[in-house]
Structures are given as C-alpha cells and as structure tokens.
Design a protein around this ligand. Structure first.
Ligand SMILES: Nc1nc2c(c(=O)[nH]1)N[C@H]1C(S)=C(S)[C@@H](COP(=O)(O)OP(=O)(O)OC[C@H]3O[C@@H](n4cnc5c(=O)[nH]c(N)nc54)[C@H](O)[C@@H]3O)O[C@H]1N2
Ligand SMILES: Nc1nc2c(c(=O)[nH]1)N[C@H]1C(S)=C(S)[C@@H](COP(=O)(O)OP(=O)(O)OC[C@H]3O[C@@H](n4cnc5c(=O)[nH]c(N)nc54)[C@H](O)[C@@H]3O)O[C@H]1N2
Ligand code: SF4
Ligand SMILES: [Mo]
Length: 819
C-alpha cells in the first residue's frame, strides 16, 4: 500500500482528452480495524478544502474509524488526499475536544459551566446592548466551514432578528475576491466552469494557485491529464517553484504583488496578435475599448521589468492563452490575497471573454474557493452579502427576503453595504461593537497583523463569544466558549468550488455536551424570542432538513437554485446547482448561452471602480445598458503599498503546506499529517540566504514594521528576494496552550490593508528583513515533498509517513475509458 504522506497524489491513472477520469477508490481505516468490522458507512464529503471530495465515513463502536472515497462522485472519482485520508476523521477526535461550555469567572479564568448558564449570559448581554445601543452594537464573525443550514440560520438571525449589517465570514480572508471578480465581470457570484473542464481542455493556467498542495485531488486529475496522450499545456504564475511550476510549460515567477502588471500584459498580447473572438466580444460584452486603452502601456518588456520575469516568457504564456482552443483557468490566493486582487482576477475573466472561451467544455474559469463551505457562506449571506446572490441596492430583492422572513423590509439592513470583517474588527477596536460572536474560525492566528487582532479580542469592554471544537488561541480570549459538534457529528449540506452540493450525514454523537452550530443558533433565536411580524417565531426549524427546505425557497429562481434538490437525492451523490425543474440533474456549466447576470433586475452588484473601490451608482449602471452582457473591467497597475526598501529589503509572502490546514486545529491532531510538518519555518532563496550567512536549519528572525517571527530557515526554491512563511503555526505551537517562547505565526508580520473592491486582506505582500539568530542543529522542519523542498537535499531527511500513513488505492477500470 502506498505511503500517502510520501506520495501525496497517489498512483497515476493517465487519461486522454474527452474521456472519463478513471475511478480509484482511496481508503484509510484506523490501525487494527478491518473492513469487515466497520458497522456503518455514512455519506459525507471531506471538509478540509474546497474540493469537497465525496466519501463515506466508517463507523465502529460509536466512533469514526476511517474514510473511503466515493467511486461514483463527479468531484473525486473515489480519490482522497492526505488531509482527507488522515485528517478528516482523526482531526475531530483529538481527545482534547471542548465538551462543556466555558464562561469567564470572577477571577478572570475560563471555567466549565452548563448550557443554560452560558446561553443565559449571552442573551443577557445581547439584550442589554440592544436596549442601550441598538443593533449596531452586535457583530458576527463566522466561517467558511459550517454547513449551509447553519449559515442560513445565522444570516436570518443577524438580518431579520437583530438587524445588524455587521456580519461577515472568514471567507473575507479567503474567497471574497472570487465572489467580487465574478460579480464585477458577470454580474453575480457563481462559478462558470466545473471540474470536467480539466478533462476537456488543451491548456491550463493557474494564477497564484498551488493546487498541488491545496486541492491535492484536483491536482491528481491534472497530473493524470499531463500523463495522458494529449498533454495539456500548463502555465503557472507563482513566485515559488511549486509542484505546479515544476511541470509547467511556462512558469512566471513574478515578484509578489505584481499580478496586475502581468495580467495587463497578457491581455495586451491578445489585442496585439488579434487573438480575439470579435463576434463574441461584440455580441456579449461591454467595455472592450476601455480595456484596450488600459493595457496599452504593458508591452512584454515593461511587464518583465516590473514583475521580474523574462519578456519572452510573457509572450509564450500569452500565445498559449491566445491560441488554445480550450483553456481552463484557475485563480486563488496568490491573486486574491495580493495587491489589486479583484482587478487582477477580473483580467483572468477578461482573457476568457476576449477569446469567447466560456460556457463550453474545457473552457472553464474557476475563481476558486478555498474552504469547504465558503460558497455557502456567500450564498446564504452569512458573509456580508444578501442571501441568494441578492443585491442590497435592489429594493425588490430586499422585499423578497422580507416576505420570506415575515418582517418589514426596513428591518433588514440595506442602507449601506454589509460590513466587511476588517471593519467589524475596527468597530470592536473603537468600541461601537460590544458583542462579537465568532463561530468556526480562529482570527487570533488567521487575521492579518495578529498583535493588533489579539489586542482587540482581548479588550475587556468587548463581550466575546467563541464557538469551536477546540480551545483555540481565539477561544482562550473569550467571555463565553461554546463547544460545537463538528463534521461527522451533525448533518448538513455544503457546496464545493465547482458548485457541487453534497450532504454530510451524522455518523457519531458529539463528545460531552457539544451541540451542533445549528442547534446553538436556533437556541439563541428562541431565547431572544425573535419573531416575525405576525408573531410567529422567526426560526421555527427543528432539524437541518427544515433549514434546507427554507433555503430552497430562498434560492428558488435564483442562480444558485437548490429547489430541485433534497437530502434524499444528495445521498446518491453530489449535484451541481442550479438544480430545479428545468435542470433536475443539476448544471455543469453556467453561461452556455452567453447571457450574463448583469441585467438591472438580476445583478448582484452594480459594480465598482477596480482601483478605488468606488461603487457605480444604480442610475449610472442603468445608463450603461449592460443588459446581460459581460463587463470587460479594466484597471491600470500601481505599485503595492509596502515595497522593499533599506530597512526591510525583502518581499514577504505567506501560504500553505500540503499537510496542515489553516491554524491546525484538525490536522495537528492527525499524527501522520502533523509529523510531516510539525513546526513553523520560513523559506529563503539560495542567494539571499548566502548573502545573510544563513544555512539550512539556522534559527532566523524575520521582522516587518509590525512584528517578528523567530523560526528555522529552509533554504529552498522561492524566487530570490522573497521570503515565504506558512501561516499555520499559531502560539498553540507544540500542543502548549498559551504564547510560545518564540513567535511563529506568519500574521505577526502581515499588514492591515485590503483590496478596495473585495475588502480581502493582503496576506501575500509585505516587506521584511531577515537576520540569523543562531546556528541550527538540524534541517528546518519543512516537508521535502512539495514547494518547501530544500535547494540542497543532502542531509535533509525525506518526508515520509511510514506504516501508519499507508492507505489503500483500488483502481476500478471496468467501463472506464483508459488511455
Ligand atoms: N493543505 C492545505 N490545503 C488547503 C488549505 C490549507 O490550509 N492547507 N486551505 C484551503 C483554503 S481555505 C484555501 S483559501 C486554499 C488556498 O490555496 P492556494 O491559494 O493554492 O494556497 P496559498 O499557499 O495560500 O497560495 C498559493 C500560492 O500563491 C503564491 N503567491 C504568493 N504571493 C503571490 C503573488 O503575489 N502572486 C502570485 N501569482 N502568487 C503568489 C504562493 O507562493 C503560493 O504558492 O487552500 C485550501 N486547501
Ligand atoms: N498570513 C496568512 N493568513 C491567512 C491566510 C494566508 O494565506 N496567509 N489565509 C486566509 C484564509 S484563505 C483562510 S480561509 C483563513 C482560515 O483561518 P481560520 O478560519 O481561522 O482557520 P481554521 O484553523 O480553519 O479555523 C476554523 C476553526 O473552526 C473550528 N471548527 C471546525 N469545524 C467546526 C464546526 O463545525 N463548528 C465550529 N463551531 N467550529 C468548527 C476549528 O476547530 C478551527 O478552530 O486564514 C486566512 N489567513
Ligand atoms: S482534496 Fe480537499 S476535499 Fe479532497 S480529500 Fe484533500 S482536503 Fe479533502
Ligand atoms: Mo481560505
């Protein structure tokens, strides 16, 4: 059996364009448990990234004892990656789960209590603040990791119960730009393409997306096309030598923060060579002249100078993009969390629109999601949108919600855009928000400039509720901690990055008194006695399925239409929305008719200026008469705000490793994963390291204007002049609760700044200096299997998982077209 820590993607099953990706069922069972001992297999999908690989959970003696990929699911064809195989089920059963509510006692310590006391304290505080200061005293900061029904309940509580605009998800840190770029170009959130576009394309361009580590099963699909008889061409835009970069035909290792200059250059090349589908552009888009003018200065030489790449590589990439018949593009954090996030991501849309490559097999755009349920946070309005991709500036849309919820439209905050997460924290800092409820996210580690965020969360004037599985760095600062049931312990639906909806059934009981997030939100609504205008309870659901049905009504007739789905139908396998009477089996691709969601009546936004973020007023938008055409949005490049200088000569960027998920609450509790990347490190390029006298494993201090990290150095393959840090390692480091001896969290250094349109924080661009603190006695604790591999492998032990990381792979070739 393969060691799936050493072999992240598993064995190759090559396939040719237009044929089906072969099925391979990956399975992992706990040590000593054989398949015949498994009592039940429970339908679910993995929640350790946005890929949403379908799986069944193995149950024995009331515990989850393993997982098996689902052969017939369109998303993964049976495959699972290391996080799915090891992290999904073990990460829930850490032994140190929260099992009772905690409240801060008179002596300032968190003490165990019962639900009545904990909820009583929350409701008392909530009522007092509402009376004294009104709804704007309340803020909710949620996740991209709850289930659809939970978000929808929270959205109704916030918008129709309390009436506060201060609600957002950590999706603001994650995929706010995906939504923003889709809205700006096509009028609405909603992924145009789907994963089958990998099977159909001739070229794949990955923009700031290290898919090999962050959606390992999707990369396995790409690897299988690359190994097939008609290999697609591959373009990678990333400052590191990722696995994607290694296999790319063109690797553009640009300086962090310069994406927009590159993108303007690529768009310009299409115009220069007339790689334009004029009929498509004329019939289905607006704005081509403005776009042509905006990109005019960006000839390949100018791009090369600003981005630090070869002009000929820009030309080669443009030629692939300009001449491939079927092009698939994916975009993720290297764009979304860098400067000019929305502007750069819109240029990817523009490349497709100019070539008319949209709504056809192999011609997808995946403005990727990252978290497993980020899509649902956006759909349901738990993230600072209105539910169902409704537009807060459209009175009709607000009236629909008011009817659904049985309240006056005036109750639903829509006098200004919903408050984004960074602003919610600013209000908490200033004191206008006095009640902050954080669910399923760990901002003390994951938000930028963490010294500031910790200070805000720790303010004695702020009443902080934290709802989590574990006592995280954030929970330690709370006034009330609520123990949540998690994946496998509760039921709910969720939607992956290609619009595939899965159902996750309950496999086991949650530990101790832990309750599902849905139960907690419903309990709060009951205790607060939120009512419709007719006096009936605002939320009368008694099960997740009630919530699902309510959501189906809310989504009916909208782009994200769930009306044709049911739990029963989802048990048979994932289905892509929209799913309704017209499309009972779901919908593979959007915009096949090139009619976009830009009409006045359906648009989710009237758009923004990409450089300033100024919103387009409704009458201006109306006068533009976009009427269902896509918008080619231009933006001129400006330099990032924080650039290297004398004091801070290097560029700092951050991201992920294949083996850890975010702040590691789940992956650090799966031994196979944790051992592969147990502690923090930073990556330096060979020339930078040697100039500073730093060798592999030396302890270094990395300093930005905001803070410092002290961690071992990996002398690796990041582009010279750039320092990369994984952001997973909070001060929970090493299982120790409380600040560690040395700061290890990347966000100690990051900047409080965000994209003007999407409001997504800039995690990937800052300036730092690096100095050696002490010689190391061992190589850095970074994996060798991925982008963090050492430049000089001699003496660095190779990352392996050993016997405990062995997992089964069953190839099912019957009926499959194989190359
Ligand atoms: N193993 C693992 N998988 C995950 C997660 C995880 O924590 N661990 N998290 C999930 C989530 S929520 C998300 S959002 C996704 C994120 O998935 P990705 O976006 O693929 O992951 P990142 O490592 O954050 O960033 C991707 C790449 O951006 C590059 N980059 C940095 N700065 C720039 C720049 O200025 N321009 C360009 N073009 N590239 C740049 C980095 O070198 C990095 O390789 O992963 C999901 N999957
Ligand atoms: N420097 C830097 N910072 C970043 C990023 C970066 O690339 N660089 N990436 C950003 C991105 S894209 C993201 S998505 C964020 C992620 O940042 P976070 O959301 O803070 O990361 P997680 O560790 O996933 O936190 C989720 C929490 O929810 C808990 N949880 C899991 N399931 C459940 C559940 O069912 N119910 C409840 N109540 N709790 C649950 C987990 O135990 C965990 O504590 O980080 C962002 N921060
Ligand atoms: S690719 Fe993502 S969803 Fe699939 S098994 Fe890995 S972590 Fe889970
Ligand atoms: Mo994310």
């Amino acid at each position: 059996m393969p060691d799936r820590i050493a072999d992240i993607w598993g064995g190759r099953t090559p396939f040719a364009r237009g044929t089906a990706w072969p099925v391979r069922v990956d399975q992992k069972l706990a040590e000593g448990v054989s398949e015949s001992e498994v009592e039940r297999w429970v339908v679910s999908a993995c929640t350790l990234c946005s890929n949403g690989c379908a799986l069944d959970i193995a149950v024995k003696d009331g515990r989850m004892v393993g997982v098996r990929g689902r052969a017939r699911d369109a998303v993964n064809h049976g495959r699972l990656g290391p996080k799915g195989l090891f992290g999904s089920w073990q990460g829930m059963q850490g032994g140190d789960r929260l099992t009772t509510p905690l409240i801060r006692g008179a002596d300032g310590e968190l003490v165990e209590t019962d639900w009545d006391t904990a909820m009583g304290r929350i409701v008392e505080k909530s009522r007092a603040l509402l009376e004294e200061k009104g709804p704007l005293s309340h803020g909710f900061y949620t996740s991209g990791q709850l289930f659809l029904e939970e978000y929808y309940a929270l959205a109704i509580i916030g918008k129709a119960g309390i009436g506060t605009p201060h609600m957002d998800g950590n999706t603001r840190l994650c995929t706010a730009t995906a939504a923003a770029a889709l809205k700006e170009s096509f009028g609405s959130d909603g992924q145009p393409g789907c994963y089958e576009d990998i099977d159909e394309c001739d070229a794949i361009a990955l923009y700031g997306h290290n898919v090999a580590e962050t959606q390992t099963v999707l990369w396995a699909r790409i690897l299988d096309r690359l190994a097939g008889p008609d290999r697609p061409q591959l373009i990678c835009v990333d400052p590191r030598e990722t696995e994607v970069a290694r296999l790319a035909d063109v690797h553009l290792a640009i300086h962090p923060g310069t994406n927009l200059a590159l993108m303007n250059g690529l768009v310009r090349e299409l115009f220069e060579h007339d790689w334009i589908d004029h009929a498509y552009v004329d019939a289905h888009t607006v704005g081509v002249d403005e776009l042509r003018a905006a990109v005019a200065p960006w000839d390949p030489e100018s791009v090369a100078q600003v981005c630090g790449v070869a002009a000929d590589d820009v030309r080669r990439a443009a030629e692939i993009i300009g001449t491939s018949e079927r092009l698939l593009s994916t975009v993720l954090q290297g764009f979304y969390q860098a400067s000019h996030a929305t502007a750069s991501s819109c240029q990817v849309n523009n490349l497709h629109l100019l070539r008319g490559l949209l709504g056809k097999p192999g011609c997808g755009i995946l403005q990727m999601n990252g978290q497993p349920t980020a899509q649902n946070a956006r759909e349901t309005g738990a993230d600072g949108d209105l539910p169902g991709f409704r537009n807060w500036e459209n009175e009709q849309h607000v009236a629909e919600l008011a009817r659904l919820w049985g309240v006056e439209p005036a109750k639903i905050p829509h006098w200004a855009p919903p408050t984004h997460a960074m602003q919610i924290f600013r209000y908490a800092e200033q004191g206008s928000i006095g009640f902050l409820w954080v669910s399923a996210t760990n901002p003390a580690v994951s938000m930028p400039e963490s010294p500031r965020i910790r200070a805000i969360l720790g303010r004695p004037e702020l009443f902080l509720v934290v709802q989590d599985l574990y006592l995280t760095e954030t929970a330690m600062l709370a006034d009330v901690v609520l123990p949540a049931a998690g994946w496998g312990e509760k039921q709910g639906a969720f939607t992956n990055a290609d619009r595939t909806v899965h159902l996750s059934d309950k496999a086991v009981e949650p530990p101790g008194q832990a309750r599902s997030d849905l139960e907690i939100f419903l309990d709060y609504a009951r205790r607060m006695d939120f009512r419709r205008d007719d006096g009936a309870p605002l939320l009368d659901w008694s099960s997740p399925e009630d919530g699902f049905r309510a959501w189906q009504e809310c989504s009916r007739g909208k782009l994200c239409d769930y009306s044709g789905l049911s739990y029963e139908k989802l048990r048979a396998g994932g289905v892509r929305w929209p799913c309704n009477d017209e499309h009972p089996d779901g919908t593979a691709r959007l915009y096949t008719d090139a009619v976009f969601r830009t009409g006045m009546d359906v648009a989710e936004t009237y758009g923004h200026d990409l450089l300033t973020g100024a919103s387009v007023p409704p009458d201006t938008y109306s006068a533009m008469r976009v009427d269902g055409r896509a918008i080619l949005k231009p933006a001129g490049y400006t330099s990032p705000h924080e650039v290297p200088g004398e004091d801070y000569p290097l560029r700092f960027t951050t991201g992920r490793t294949a083996y850890q998920f975010h702040t590691r609450t789940r992956t650090a509790r799966a031994r196979q994963l944790d051992r592969a990347a147990p502690r923090a490190w930073v990556e330096l390029a060979v020339p930078d390291a040697s100039a500073l006298g730093i060798r592999e494993g030396d302890l270094v201090r990395v300093t930005s204007p905001r803070g410092e990290l002290v961690v071992p150095a990996r002398v690796g393959e990041v582009r010279p002049g750039t320092v990369f840090a994984p952001f997973h390692y909070g001060y929970w480091q090493g299982g120790k609760a409380g600040p560690g001896e040395q700061p290890t969290a990347a966000n100690e250094l990051t900047i409080t700044e965000w994209d003007p349109v999407s409001k997504q924080p800039i995690f990937k661009v800052a300036a730092v200096r690096v100095e050696k603190v002490a010689g190391g006695s061992a190589p850095a604790p970074a994996p060798t299997t991925t982008a963090s591999r050492p430049a000089e492998p001699d003496g660095v032990p190779v990352t392996v998982g050993g016997a405990e990381a062995e997992a089964e792979e069953r190839l099912q070739t019957a009926g499959m077209a194989r190359s």
